[in-house]
Write a protein that binds this ligand. Structure first.
Ligand code: NAD
Length: 318
């Protein structure tokens, strides 16, 4: 049974993962080596909770419980010492993750299940130096982790089915929608689909088919509007697979399938335009307040969508 949880790394993902577990009654030790990151995490967890309270998703009592449930610590041994489940959410560097995972294994109870939130590192590489690699799996959350329902689970052949069942139950208890991959592929499922769409969107930018605003609108007001409730395969069923065969016959040769980083993306990076990090990407972000406002507005829309999905039965109540 999972009772105490440890989250290692209090950055973008770790703080959201810690928050969602704490909101659902779990005691969470949140560990980071960087005091500044920890302070920022605390402030952002407070702000995320305020928004949930203001939107009527969380009561004042639950807000207080969530805050009490999170124990920040700069000591990894203390964080994992009595945890039954540990999620590593440190930067995406294999050697760093190896080092952290070895420390976790050295100090956590032998029965504890260990997860990584990696987006791209293969599980068979990550678990390589563990004495018991079968105790580790990947639980891949999406940003913002306390709001996006999907969690992808990646296992190895020797992962006990009991472990998968325990983690599925845990994730469902915190209101998530977990899926277990039958086999591991680079990028898992969701990021492969996102990358395929981004590659085509970048191709449309490069060939000047429409403005970037209109390319984004073509997704948010079109397929994206449908996708929260009906996925691409079911959409194809409703469109007719004979129609889709014709569409693919005409379109497949036209779609971008360059097996390298798209030139537009390389050029943006070359010019130092990294998006909100530098204030310039496909759009301009003149100051930090504008970025904070956009994140606030995005989270507000996500909360409203989450509420609607729950009302319509697309999402378990949590
Ligand atoms: N950002 C995303 O949208 C996203 C989405 C899904 C998965 N992921 C994955 O989640 C993981 C974390 O990504 P992130 O975006 O939260 O990164 P981040 O850089 O925002 O946060 C990482 C945190 O780990 C801390 N850290 C560094 N070394 C540490 C150590 N030795 N011990 C403890 N803490 C340490 C850093 O101080 C930082 O606060 C990565 O594996 C990433 O690929 C990220």
């Amino acid at each position: 049974m999972i009772d105490k949880i440890a989250v290692i790394g209090a950055g973008i993902m770790g703080r959201g993962i810690a928050l969602v577990y704490a909101l659902h009654g779990y005691r969470v030790a949140l560990h980071d080596i960087n005091p500044e990151a920890m302070n920022q995490a605390k402030a952002l967890i407070n702000a995320d909770l305020m928004l949930l309270v203001n939107e009527g998703m969380v009561s004042h009592a639950d807000q207080q419980t969530a805050l009490t449930n999170i124990t920040p610590t700069d000591n990894l041994k203390e964080a994992v010492g009595n945890a039954s489940f540990i999620t590593e959410a440190a930067p995406e560097k294999l050697s760093l993750k190896w080092q952290i995972l070895s420390q976790i294994e050295a100090h956590a109870p032998t029965t504890a299940i260990i997860a990584s939130n990696t987006s791209t590192l293969p599980l068979a590489e990550l678990n390589k130096h563990l004495a018991r690699p079968e105790r580790m799996l990947i639980t891949h959350f999406f940003n913002p982790a306390h709001l996006v329902p999907l969690v992808e689970i990646i296992r190895i052949v020797s992962t006990p089915d009991k472990t998968i069942k325990t983690i599925l139950n845990l994730l469902r208890r915190i209101g998530k929608i977990p899926i277990v991959l039958k086999k591991e592929v680079p990028g898992f499922i969701a990021n492969r689909l996102q990358a395929a769409i981004l590659r085509e969107a970048l191709h449309l930018v490069a060939t000047d088919v429409a403005s970037q605003q209109d390319i984004d609108l073509a997704v948010t007001a079109g397929p994206g509007f449908r996708w929260s409730f009906i996925g691409p395969l079911e959409t194809a069923d409703f469109g007719g697979l004979d129609t889709w065969q014709s569409v693919m016959n005409n379109l497949a040769p036209e779609l971008d399938c360059t097996p390298t980083v798209p030139a537009v993306l390389k050029e943006m990076n070359h010019q130092g335009h990294l998006g909100v990090k530098t204030g310039q990407g496909f759009y301009t972000y003149p100051n930090k307040q504008i970025i904070a406002d956009k994140i606030h507005q995005r989270d507000l829309e996500f909360i409203r969508l989450l509420r609607l999905r729950r009302k319509e039965g697309f999402q378990p109540d949590s």
